[in-house]
Design a protein around this ligand. Structure first.
Ligand code: HEM
Length: 458
């Protein structure tokens, strides 16, 4: 006999519509995970969704022999903007393999390391801006970190300097926010309402994002360069397996997908600044390590792998911030077999085609794995201690075949930016009563988090 999957009581007809705040879905899911534990379900507009919030169950459904990525809900909606790109392709679409094989060589650890100087250059822009702020001025780190991310992403992958720190925010940042927020909200609204009221915003954001990508392509075509970067690869490389190249429209799809994926990284950095302010001991340890490894500088690529405490700090940030808050899984269909899928050795049962969403806020804080799961302890994310953790609590970049293709880019960016911020700036909490809360769409960031920042006093 299986155990019923817990579900909040809900209301007649509308089900659990009021249990999930449409403007902060992931915070609602975190709250439900805290209440219901390892597994729970909700029903909205007749759809049942099952959420997984423990390390053991996440480990089980990350088994690629039984389960695969579920392309549904918001991921299907954002296909309006990027079609069958890497992030949005269905399992059966050939486009995924073609794009993956073409683009992967540009995102290996070595390829990413070759852009070290560019990431430093972009980060120097941020540091100059922050150290030039008037004494005592408050700033919201998220705003400038979004600018830094777009600047670094566009420069390293597409060879274009945007000068994002100057003037008003680049329109791409708002367009990504608008498109992803719309994609998250659409599945829970009646179709007619989407069409009547919300299509306009989605179309406008998509036009801005695709226009941004088209301009990058046009500029490169009009000014051919020796640079063999991601953009060159997108425009020239062929899939070694099928011999196919990306079509013009697919190039735009993949260009747009990169800054959207990458916009998770600034969310993690903003959270790391918060965690360090709350944990001054960790800041001291990180500074001591950076001072010992990099010293008076210059900071070089070969230092990155030596910064073990900073690496632990970045991993602990990814664990606790859940900057990418979850990902979707479904059972691999078996021809002619519609029998229920058993979880935890039969303790739970779900239909053969049930969408399962991993809520990392539950998995990453599972008390069965972590002592004091809410404490920020970079040490548990270093060396042997880290190696021994179950793989389910290290899924901040997703799972298996559909794991984040930008994970090495993200890692380099996070370690380099954190190292420079820690060694060159002093942060102070702007509001001592600030309560950490996050919101967001495809990624989550601290809400209304402000700091005071100045050059480091040595
Ligand atoms: C801290 C930073 C990042 C985190 C935590 C993160 C997390 C993730 C996760 C969890 C997935 C899997 C999504 C799913 O299963 O539906 C994913 C996929 C993806 N990410 Fe990232 N990501 C980050 C940075 C980046 C960067 C820097 C890029 C681009 C340079 C990127 C591009 C992508 C793409 C294209 C996919 C789809 C991959 C595929 O299905 O083949 N991400 N990411």
């Amino acid at each position: 006999m299986s155990t019923p999957i817990p579900q909040p009581p809900g209301v007649p007809l509308l089900g659990n519509i009021f249990d999930v705040d449409p403007s902060n879905t992931w915070w609602s899911l975190k709250t439900l995970a805290e209440k219901y534990g390892e597994i729970f379900q909700i029903k909205v507009l007749g759809h049942r969704i099952v959420f997984i919030a423990s390390a053991a169950l996440a480990e089980e459904i990350c088994d690629e022999k039984r389960f695969r990525k579920y392309v549904g809900g918001p991921i299907v909606e954002i296909r309006y903007s990027v079609h069958d790109a890497l992030f949005t392709a269905y399992d059966h679409e050939e486009s995924w393999g073609i794009a993956h094989r073409i683009l992967m060589p540009q995102l290996t650890p070595d390829a990413v390391a070759s852009h070290f100087d560019e990431v430093i250059q972009c980060t120097d822009g941020l540091i100059a801006k922050w150290s030039g702020l008037e004494s005592g001025a408050r700033t919201r780190p998220m705003d400038d970190l979004n600018r830094l991310n777009l600047e670094a992403n566009t420069l390293t992958l597409f060879g274009k300097k945007l000068n994002c720190f100057e003037g008003p925010e680049h329109p791409m940042i708002k367009a990504m926010e608008d498109a992803t927020s719309e994609a998250m909200k659409r599945p829970n609204r009646p179709k007619l309402l989407n069409w009547l009221i919300h299509d306009g915003k989605f179309k406008k954001a998509t036009k801005v994002m695709r226009g941004f990508a088209a301009d990058l392509v046009k500029e490169r075509q009009e000014n051919p360069s020796e640079r063999r970067d991601m953009l060159w690869t997108m425009l020239n490389a062929k899939d070694p397996e099928t011999g196919k190249a990306l079509t013009e429209s697919q190039v735009i799809d993949e260009i747009v997908s990169m800054p959207i994926g990458s916009s998770t990284a600034p969310c993690a950095i903003a959270a790391a600044i918060y965690f360090l302010l709350q944990n001054p001991d960790a800041l001291v340890k990180a500074r001591d390590e950076i001072d010992a490894v990099v010293g008076e500088g210059p900071f070089k690529q070969e230092h990155v792998s030596q910064l073990q405490y900073v690496a632990g700090l970045v991993r602990e940030t990814l664990r606790l911030s859940c900057a990418a808050p979850g990902f979707n899984i479904e059972p691999i269909p078996k021809k002619g077999d519609e029998s229920p899928v058993l979880l935890a050795g039969g303790k739970y049962q779900v239909p053969h085609n049930q969408a399962l969403i991993i809520v990392l806020a539950g998995v990453n804080r599972d008390p069965a794995v972590f002592e004091e799961p809410l404490a920020f302890r970079p040490e548990r994310m270093m060396g042997e201690a880290y190696e021994q953790l179950p793989s389910a609590v290290k899924k901040w970049f997703g799972n298996g075949k559909r794991e984040c293709i930008g994970k090495h880019w993200a890692w380099e960016f996070l370690v380099v930016v954190m190292t420079k911020l820690i060694s060159e700036l002093d942060f102070e909490t702007a509001d001592p009563n600030y309560q950490f809360k996050q919101d967001g769409w495809f990624n989550i960031r601290p809400i209304d988090f402000s700091v005071k920042v100045k050059s480091r006093t040595r």
